[in-house]
Design a protein around this ligand. Sequence first.
Ligand SMILES: Nc1ncnc2c1ncn2[C@@H]1O[C@H](COP(=O)(O)OP(=O)(O)OP(=O)(O)O)[C@@H](O)[C@H]1O
Length: 563
Amino acid sequence: MPSIVFFIQFFFAIVIGLYFLSLLRSQQGSKSAIEKESKKELDKLRKMKERSLTVPLTEFTRPSSFDEIIGQGDGLKALRAALCSGNPQHVIIYGPPGVGKTAAARVVLEEAKRSPLSPFNNESKFIEMDATTLRFDDRGIADPLMGSVHDPIYQGAGAMGQAGIPQPKSGAVTKAHGGILFLDEIGELHPIMMNKLLKVLEDRRVFLESAYYSSEDTNIPAHIHEIFQKGLPADFRLVAATTRGSFDIPQALRSRCVEIYFRPLFQEEVAIIARNVSKKSNFEIEDMAVEEIKKYATNGREAVNIIQICSGLALTNNRRIITLADVNWVIESGHYQPRPEKKIENQPSIGYVNGLGVYGANLGMIIEIEASAIEIPQKGKGRIIVTGIVDTEETSTTGKTLKRRSTASDSVDNVLTVIRSFLKVDPRDYDIHLNFPGGIPIDGPSAGITMVTAIYSAITKQPVNNLVAMTGEVSIRGKVKAIGGVTAKIEAARKAGCKKIIVPSENYMEKFKEYDVKIIPVDHIEEVIEIALDIDDLEGKKLISSEAIGLVAAIGSDKGCLK
Ligand SMILES: Nc1ncnc2c1ncn2[C@@H]1O[C@H](COP(=O)(O)OP(=O)(O)OP(=O)(O)O)[C@@H](O)[C@H]1O
């Protein structure tokens, strides 16, 4: 009997032993299979790393210090003040594409570290993300910005997962702790992610959540309790950049940030960038080639791109010099359009005024306004046609879309009242056509004084000084009211060749005294008319009447009679 028991025990011991042996073998087998696979992949990676193409021009010519960023003196000064002091602030950089926003953001941390007062140190990191690539994931499984929790239900949760422990994974806000988080294209960030970001800026830490977390679970290690209960550190300074205007950015974010404006680059600055990039890439460049680039490249990135292709052309011809022919070929094959550098007319005209506007991220531009007035036999029955302005606009509030008359349309009415009340002529006795040529629909009230001047000039047949540009809203009491974007507008007028620029007194700044053009502050429409119609300095020039424009004033107008 004992021998039977012994035999059974021996049998089971053998079976169990064989089972564990095979388990061990299969584990070892799969381990060595994994090792073999991993070795193969490492070999592949090594081979890939050995083979590299040349560094793209855009990368090695990128500015590596503030000194190499051309033309953004004011923007860089503001960026330095905001981030390189002892108390750095969050920042939003506005500006058109390709003018150095990202380049400046990438070097600002190094600039700040050089300041003895700065709280940034050698451990401070620069973390960069593009908001256009950040998708809102309502399950919160993967959130590279805020961080996420790897719950134990997911495959590959490892030993902690097997023990039912949720594992927090830090996102960019935590990786940037103690440094800078650069969020490019902030205007494209999903509204819910924007709200989460605002909360992090407020708390300077990020709280993660998981249904698998319990504060009473003693299995969960101390560091994970700490993270769920006290949050992950996220004390960084945000540098956000956008090509949108400030009105597109939520007020809640704007109020927490210093707002900095990068401006479009002038032709001469584009030329400097083209020369610098050629030099950095060891190419000479013909002067005529630079002249051609500055006519076509609207920003720094375009200049770099043109040089990049030209240098390729030169190399294939065994040259280290970029020629005018190379640039011409690139411009033609790349379908580049010349920069819209608007110049003023070279003579005063009746009914033609240089207005000023802004578009996009604070870009100033000259807006031509032309008017014609034809006296009609039946007094008081005149009509007005306005072309080239935005007629109606839509605003959207929570779930509601409101359609209303545009501010530009409203300001036409103000203009007519002002002409009757203060300029002693009655526009109702004329068929008037007011046109904003150029194909860009005009909105906003800031063309008010320009419209008054154009119509008054057309009615009284007095020419307007072509060296004058103006901007300002007009109230029905004839007051000239403040407008936005005055500095950008002045810059556009100066570049177009204007010598006198009329601005509302409320917008006047001391620095305008140092400009090489005359900036004239005004309070009332009568002052505007006096300056605009003063053509003493232009005596002897031939006048052009805008009636030559050949308009059909007010025929079939849907604008109705003048009031
Ligand atoms: N002001 C500048 N000075 C020197 N180089 C510039 C300047 N602006 C642009 N560049 C060149 O163009 C490249 C692209 O510029 P950058 O990425 O900084 O533009 P950006 O304003 O951030 O544009 P986007 O809004 O499209 O991202 C830079 O790496 C640099 O080589």
